[in-house]
Design a protein around this ligand. Sequence first.
Ligand SMILES: *Cc1c(COP(=O)(O)O)cnc(C)c1O
Length: 395
Amino acid sequence: MSTRRTDTTLAHAGRDRQLSAGTVNIPPFRCSTVLFDNLAAFEDHSQGAAGFRYARDGTPTARALESLYAELEGAAGSVATCSGLSAVTVALSTFLRPGDHLVLSEGAYEPTVDYVHGVLGAFGVDVTLVPPDIGARVGEVMRANTRVVYLESPSSGTFELQDIPAIAAAVRAGAQDTGRAPLILVDNTWSGGLFHHPLALGADVVIQAATKYISGHSDAMLGLVACNEATLSAVRRNAKLQGVYASPDDCWLGLRGLRTLAVRLRQHMHTGLALARWLAEQPAVSEVLHPGLSQHPQHDLWRRDFSGASGLFAFRLQPQHDHEALRRMLDGMRLFGMGYSFGAYESLLIPVRLPPHRSNIPEDRGPLLRLHAGLEALEDLQADLSAGLARLESS
Ligand SMILES: *Cc1c(COP(=O)(O)O)cnc(C)c1O
């Protein structure tokens, strides 16, 4: 892994003065056709001018983004895709074949679980869902045909952390008999790729919904798959086989976002932690789910494996607050928007409806809300929340 400190990596990696014609930033290369210099170059088939052949197989803008993200994750390389979900589907479909077994965390992003059941299941992949805090007990569900263990840390909606080193050790210990070690894939979207590096902890592939913190401005759809040496060429080949391509404009926005990721994320972290601590003291709130709070059951794991937190967490209201109270609260928010996604400069607050496969979460514990702390002033966000909680009580 690079020994350069992350802030410096974000400012300097993925820059090639040749490709950018001397300008600081590489522009979005909108293109399809690449012209070859002569017949020999055309027939060589691997190389167009500057090593590019056809836009679907990669553009200079995508390559710059991929090399910066790979350096950030300590990866051998990364592959840009057209959305976070396509990064998930490209990664999973690279390694799974009919008859293979997939171990999937229940806490994975819901469309990931839907893809697994709707597509991989239909293609004959066997799936075992496991609790999001399974840790070393994952050894108990491994089979001779287990090919992939898919994790997300922290979990979508409920923020359990994965003990990746313990899981990697258990998975590899079990695989000694079969000689075919399953691969560990981790969705690292929550940390933005900045505060958590699963490859260094034993994962093989990292998935990033760059739509979120990396783009950071609610204006792009983008995914990245970062791979270790052993997995990179297979992932790149699968993305190509499936025609998965990331638009140069979105790659350019992703690159632009990465340049300021560290300063933005530190602000998201600061505001998110302050709001989480404040919410934990409010009588209307029964629990706050944020791994950076000392009361989180896996706070020690967070301190061990993460160097910071993003601005995304959840909290639960006391169970007496019914749907009508929730409507009064949410419909009157002035600064917090109600919408999907997260990671951009604007704050969001939405109810979380956990899918039926989340067996570990009792229904009757009161409404669960997911909060994304944006870049607004903390006092203004706190005042907006405070007024919202007051509306819970006023009928
Ligand atoms: C949003 C998200 C995705 C999917 O990203 P899109 O760009 O919306 O397709 C995948 N994983 C996690 C954890 C996400 O939050």
